[in-house]
Ligand binder design. Structure first.
Ligand code: GAR
Length: 207
């Protein structure tokens, strides 16, 4: 059984999509062993607890230094020994030591078609505001492996979403979630659980 740890900072709708897909049997042989948030108020923690999934908050505010925070985060993850770590709206920079330890075993969902509207400072609603400002007609979501850069790791799956003339950032964010994020994240985890995702250098593909 694929054991995963989910890291989330916010409302956790992507976490919910994973929980629902596991329940419906759309993700094969997978267990969410723990949910970790840096934000004690994150609704993602409630979603986990409501389903009986162990959920903990590890906040940088509770540690004297960034190093101590990362140490606790890594230690907590290591205790679970997951095969896969899923960043589902996790707004904390992942340290190099963790990326090396879990090479090609950390995936992230990003709410745009990478390489558009990604990198430092592009997260959450901001991504959609920038897409609207630029006037793109198509946006979407990307699931990728996490490497040392920000949103630079091998792309696993993308799904395009139409931008409409009367969209606001909130409306577009919701459509990207519904039409892309909540579909491709569970799909990628299912494929990962089945051993179908291969990765070499900068490229990932599905066998
Ligand atoms: C999602 O839209 C996710 O793609 C985004 O944060 C949101 C979290 O929502 N992630 C990023 O912007 C990462 N750069 P959720 O808590 O409801 O899943």
């Amino acid at each position: 059984m694929l054991k995963i740890v989910v890291l989330a900072s916010g409302s956790g709708t992507n976490l919910q999509a994973m929980i629902d897909s596991i329940e419906k049997g759309e993700i094969w042989n997978t267990e969410i062993a723990m949910v970790i948030s840096n934000n004690e108020k994150a609704y993602a923690l409630d979603r986990a607890r409501n389903c009986g999934i162990p959920a903990v908050c590890i906040s940088p505010k509770d540690y004297p230094s960034r190093e101590e925070f990362y140490k606790k985060l890594l230690f907590t993850i290591e205790e679970v020994s997951p095969e896969l770590i899923v960043l589902a709206g996790f707004l904390v920079f992942i340290p190099e030591i963790m990326i090396k330890k879990y090479k090609n075993r950390i995936i992230n969902i990003h709410p745009s078609l990478i390489p558009s509207f990604c990198g430092t400072g592009f997260y959450g609603l901001k991504v959609h505001e920038e897409a609207l400002k630029r006037g793109v007609k198509v946006t979407g979501a990307t699931v990728h492996f996490v490497d040392e850069g920000t949103d630079t790791g091998p792309i696993i799956m993308q799904k395009a979403v139409e931008v409409r003339q009367d969209d606001t950032a909130n409306i577009l964010q919701r459509r990207v979630m519904e039409e892309a994020e909540w579909k491709i994240l569970p799909k990628v985890i299912d494929l990962y659980a089945k051993g179908k995702i291969k990765v070499k250098d900068k490229r990932a593909w599905i066998e």
